[in-house]
Ligand binder design. Structure first.
Ligand code: 5GP
Length: 176
């Protein structure tokens, strides 16, 4: 499949994504028994994963979304912007950050630092994808869906210059 000027091939099917998402949700349901976590989804890429994950969560819980963009074109710019859109009071809450993908971990490190300043009682991370060879930060990613190689992916919320977010499956770039 061609998106803009690049060719992509199917990488993770919608069915596998849903099965993995259910597994992660079950772990969260067990780990947070008796608690009422606040999920914080990182837009835009997370919208599909967050929706499917939340359908499998059976805890009393809330979800909110923030925006924090550091990515342009095919590679991380390394620049992180401020968070936009967080209105909830995080003090004393159990936070679960929900991300579509962690690459270098730069974005997540920045976000963790920002959220920690708001005095939550705990923060954990759930990410659907982790670029395991690129990730070099000393942060604990408790809930990881798929560990993937260092290749650009789109679909299921993830875009290439704005396109591809609507795709049901996850696609990998053919060559980079
Ligand atoms: P990091 O700060 O961990 O290097 O980058 C994380 C952000 O970069 C993600 O939230 C995502 O927006 C973007 N990103 C990283 N790898 C990919 C990828 O393969 N495809 C897409 N579409 N975005 C990516």
């Amino acid at each position: 499949m061609i998106v803009h000027d690049k060719e992509f091939e199917t990488f993770i099917s919608h069915q596998s994504i849903l099965a993995k998402t259910k597994e992660l949700a079950q772990r969260i349901n067990e780990d947070y028994q008796g608690k009422s976590p606040l999920f914080i989804g990182v837009l835009n890429g997370v919208f599909m994963f967050a929706a499917d994950l939340m359908k499998e969560i059976n805890l009393p819980s809330e979800i909110s979304f923030i925006k924090l963009s550091s990515y342009e074109d095919l590679s991380s710019t390394g620049k992180v912007s401020e968070l936009i859109g967080l209105k909830e009071d995080l003090a004393g809450k159990d936070i679960i950050i929900v991300e579509d993908i962690v690459d270098t971990g730069e974005t997540m490190t920045h976000l963790l630092r920002k959220l920690a300043e708001l005095n939550p009682s705990s923060i954990e991370i759930a990410t659907l994808l982790l670029k395991v060879d690129v990730f070099k930060k000393d942060i604990d990613l408790k809930y990881v869906g798929f560990k993937i190689p260092e290749k650009f992916v789109i679909g299921y919320g993830l875009d290439y210059n704005g396109h591809g977010r609507n795709l049901k499956d996850i696609y990998q770039i053919k060559e980079q």
